[in-house]
Design a protein around this ligand. Sequence first.
Ligand code: HEC
Length: 176
Amino acid sequence: MLKALRLVAFSIPALLCLSSAVVAEFNQTPDFTQGDADKGKQIYQRVGVCVNCHGWAGDGESGRNPMSHAAAANLRESSLDAQGLYDVIRCGIPGTQMPYHDRVSYKDDRCFGMKLADFQPGQKPLMGKTFREKQMLDLIAYLQKYMIGHGKPTYDECALYFESSADRACSYLKGN
Ligand code: HEC
């Protein structure tokens, strides 16, 4: 008991110090008009590696990482608005492979009123990459401009995504 208390007394100030130095807290209701869709592609592709599970087209199939066993949602058919997307990306979806992307989530009650310790073992939310709020807004603008509400992936969309390697990456869509 005493030992546990000592541990807590030591680690709480250390953790607080660390988190305030590294993480700027996300605003819960940011100004979504500040997002830049074309910058968001970097976040989707490289920073957040959303592409691993959701695929380049966001449909949960096209070009996702074959090593990923997660069957991810089809973002093209998502009915979420900007705030809904923001909340899902910030908090993830506990009990699924969809990770959360804010280091401070589940440290207090900002996500679903729950802390990490409140979840049953198999239901704990998984932690993904953390990025800055502006990157989050760029990412949402990207999803809204290039994926949500789009139908089946087309060659032109694929070429836009893969740029100079479009020939190789998108030949399977020729004629679509
Ligand atoms: C490890 C795999 C994985 C990664 C990485 C991942 N997701 Fe997901 N995502 C999922 C899965 C699985 C679901 C569906 C969960 C469920 O409801 O069963 C999902 C669901 C979602 C949803 C909810 C869609 C809806 O309409 O309900 C959004 C939005 C989303 N992901 C966006 C993203 C973004 C943006 C990124 C990158 C920052 C990302 N995801 C990274 C696996 C992943």
